[in-house]
Design a protein around this ligand. Structure first.
Ligand SMILES: [Zn+2]
Length: 424
């Protein structure tokens, strides 16, 4: 007897399949499975997807919007100042509570794996203590991967380097950095050499807040690619944001992208945040600040959409919905061809899972039994509707259920119910 049988769902590739689950594994995928199951989910006509994955988030700051006050200028730098106050006021207990609440939201949205940067600047490292506790509390249903993030600079902040190493010693998973925030370009480049060596020595992945600026001469991604290749870290390094690439000289970019491809660097643009924070010093025309997504993909560079912020000093909105993220991304990057829209869905599922290095991910026999049933007929429709999640299964357990997005109509001669789906 199976534990769970998901019947008749449409997979992202368009095939219609039943999915059988025993324990925490997918044990069979086939058009007709007749075995008995303790629980049957009827997904006929609905999209069944592997879970959403967020490769870039700040869990220590989330759900703190307005504390100690709102970001009046809307800039990255005022956000950093506000967070500098908040991180010394927030207790470990409060950060764990906020994180748990956010993870509830995430699970309800089928978002089951998150890479979160953790600020390692303050000597008390309360942020790190809180996030390690949170990672442990949610591990039964959500994979939280932590990045040691020297928010105020590896060299610019007192004890920046020492505290990053302490965080890694405490069990943080990934090496982070912020080269464009160091005092000089030279310090920024040196920080990358240092951080990549730390990762190589410890066998860790790297994820750098890289060139999150409108300055076209912020070219730290070049150094990151160089150090990745030099140290043999190919496939283990990500550059987050890369917004300066939006403003770079085209000739320079034609040299840069092959270097990134050679280094197998992943790129993580965060469209909701990039479109809000970048270009704030511009009058008109006002730059979008999103990095060159399609152009990198055309070079074979792996690109995943990240969320970055929800209700924190940098961003006043957000719902833990990776479809919102992809929806904004496809608009700002103008990825409106059907193939490009389908790719945007893949970016917030499969591609992001690859960036995190998740094992056992995906809809395949032997993989971990985690999936989402959406009120949509296809990935593109899921994006258009930001479709409701009807059921979420994590590690073999149904962890959330939701209602359809239908509305009741009362119009003469028109249907009683409207779903805004094309096939209903
Ligand atoms: Zn970030």
């Amino acid at each position: 007897m199976l534990d769970i049988l998901v019947k008749g769902g449409t997979l992202p590739d368009g095939s219609v399949q039943d999915i059988a689950i025993t324990g925490d594994r997918i044990v069979e995928i086939a058009p007709q499975i007749t075995a008995e199951a303790a629980e049957v989910i009827d997904a006929t006509g609905d999209l069944v997807s592997p879970p959403f994955v967020d490769p870039h988030f700040h869990m220590d700051a989330t759900l703190s919007y307005g504390t100690p006050r709102v970001n009046a200028s809307g800039t990255l730098l005022e956000g950093i100042d506000l967070w500098g106050e908040l991180r010394d006021l927030a207790t470990v207990e409060e950060m764990v509570e906020r994180g748990l609440k956010y993870c509830d939201w995430a699970v309800s949205m089928g978002l089951l794996a998150i890479r979160s940067h953790v600020d390692t600047t303050p000597n008390h490292l309360n942020t790190v203590t809180a996030m390690l506790e949170l990672r442990d509390k949610v591990k039964g249903y959500l994979d939280l991967q932590l990045v040691a993030f020297p928010q105020d600079g590896l060299y610019r902040a007192p004890n920046g380097r020492e505290n990053l190493l302490r965080a890694l010693d405490m069990g943080v998973d990934v090496v982070g950095g912020i080269p464009h925030f160091e005092r000089t370009m030279a310090d920024g480049a040196a920080s990358l050499t240092d951080l990549c060596q730390i990762a190589a020595d410890r066998g860790l992945m790297v994820d750098i807040h890289c060139d999150e600026t409108d300055d076209p001469l912020s070219r730290h991604i070049e150094t990151l690619a160089y150090e990745t290749t030099r140290l043999g870290l190919q496939g283990r390094v990500a550059g987050s944001h890369l917004t300066s690439m939006h403003s770079m000289d085209n000739y320079y970019v034609s040299k840069l992208l092959p270097l990134m491809a050679e280094a197998e660097i992943s790129a993580i643009p965060n469209p909701l945040i990039n479109i809000v924070l970048q270009g704030r010093h511009d009058t008109f025309p006002k730059r979008r600040g999103l990095t060159r997504v399609k152009e990198m993909q055309a070079m074979g560079i792996r690109v995943g959409w990240g969320q970055d912020c929800v209700l924190d000093p940098w961003y006043s909105l957000g719902t833990a919905d990776m479809l919102d993220v992809a929806f904004m991304g496809l608009h700002v990057a103008q990825m409106t061809h059907p193939d490009e829209m389908a790719r945007c869905f893949t970016m917030v599922t499969e591609t992001n899972a690859q960036i995190l290095g998740l094992q056992d991910y995906g809809l395949k026999v032997g993989a971990q039994a985690s999936l989402v049933v959406l009120d949509a007929g296809s990935p593109t429709e899921a994006l258009r509707l930001r479709a409701p999640r009807l059921a979420v299964i994590s590690k073999g357990r149904i962890v959330a259920r939701g209602a359809r997005g239908d509305a009741q109509l009362d119009l003469p001669g028109r249907p009683d119910v409207v779903a805004r789906r094309m096939d209903v």
